[in-house]
Design a protein around this ligand. Structure first.
Ligand code: PMP
Length: 287
């Protein structure tokens, strides 16, 4: 059976799911999106994802033509209609099609696209042995240029860093902010464990407020671990006892090397593995 894709209220077979080449989402990256997971048919933290989508849209002055409740229902229905139990969902809202100029006022018909597909994970051995990362030369977007809190369709900043990572044989790359502090990776937030405490850059470092990041902070606090959000530099990463990344697709993935320095014992640490286990329980059990 062909995958059914939702576009602005209708379902299309994958091969027929198309939008205009004049859409500013394509022409300028003018739009917003979310990456969401369903576990055993239940969408994890759906309300949070929908809220973040609408906040991103509000920030770029894009009015989404349906309510948050209708968006949430469309996401759930798209997973269900495709008979998926574990799925990755991509929800996209574009500015719509218009003239070739930048002016969003000349666009009409913002498009809502929902794709629910099978999830493709990092290879299992990376969860066992950990990832190697490098620091990209490409800085994370300056918050007063394009705020990283906006999950916009303009991902070139992250893509440039990703290319640096893959050219160096790494699946993820660390991005620093305009002050040279640790921000996040190209598609994941970053944490370290230092002397029993969990540390992660704060929102003011210029990062996406990851929904997995929030969940992991809650899990750690519930387990009695002190969590500190503070500015971090690369020295913090190099000298950490443990390091891991969080993201909807990656969940919690250990990092064992950064810029050629082995982190901690050079293998996934106990706090990381414990949080990964707790996260797996949470996504299956949370109502
Ligand atoms: N940072 C960036 C740049 C991302 O693209 C993502 C993935 N959406 C994350 C962090 C992690 O966010 P979340 O846990 O909400 O998936």
């Amino acid at each position: 059976m062909s995958l059914k894709i939702y576009i602005s209220g209708k379902l299309y077979d994958k091969a027929d799911a198309k939008i205009s080449v004049y859409d500013h989402g394509l022409l300028y990256g003018d739009g917003v999106f979310e990456g969401i997971r369903a576990y055993s048919g239940r969408v994890f933290r759906l309300t949070k994802h929908v809220e973040r989508l609408y906040e991103s849209a509000r920030s770029i002055h894009l009015e989404i033509p349906i309510s948050q409740e209708a968006m949430a229902k469309a996401i759930v229905d798209t997973v269900a209609v495709n008979g998926l139990s574990d799925a990755y969902v991509r929800a996209v809202v574009t500015r719509g099609s218009g003239s070739l100029g930048l002016d969003p006022r000349k666009t009409t018909d913002p498009q809502i696209i929902i794709i629910a597909d099978a999830i493709s994970l990092y290879p299992a051995e990376l969860y066992e042995h950990g990832l190697k990362i490098i620091t990209a030369g490409t800085q994370r977007n300056h918050p007063s240029a394009l705020n990283p809190r906006i999950k916009s369709l303009n991902y070139l900043n992250n893509i440039m860093a990703k290319i640096e990572g893959t050219n160096a044989g790494c699946l993820e790359a660390l991005m620093l902010n305009h002050k040279g502090e640790v921000a996040e990776c190209t598609g994941d937030n970053i944490f370290i464990v230092r002397r029993g405490e969990l540390l992660t850059p704060g929102i003011d470092a210029g990062i996406l407020e990851g929904i997995t990041r929030d969940a992991v902070i809650e899990l750690a606090r519930a387990a009695g671990i002190t969590v500190v959000e503070r500015s971090m530099d690369r020295h913090d990463i190099y000298t950490a006892d443990e390091c891991f990344l969080t993201g909807t697709a990656a969940e919690v993935i250990p990092v064992v090397e950064c810029d050629g320095r082995s982190i901690g014992l050079g293998k996934p640490g106990p706090v990381t593995l414990d949080l990964l286990r707790r996260f797996h329980t949470l996504v299956r059990e949370e109502k």
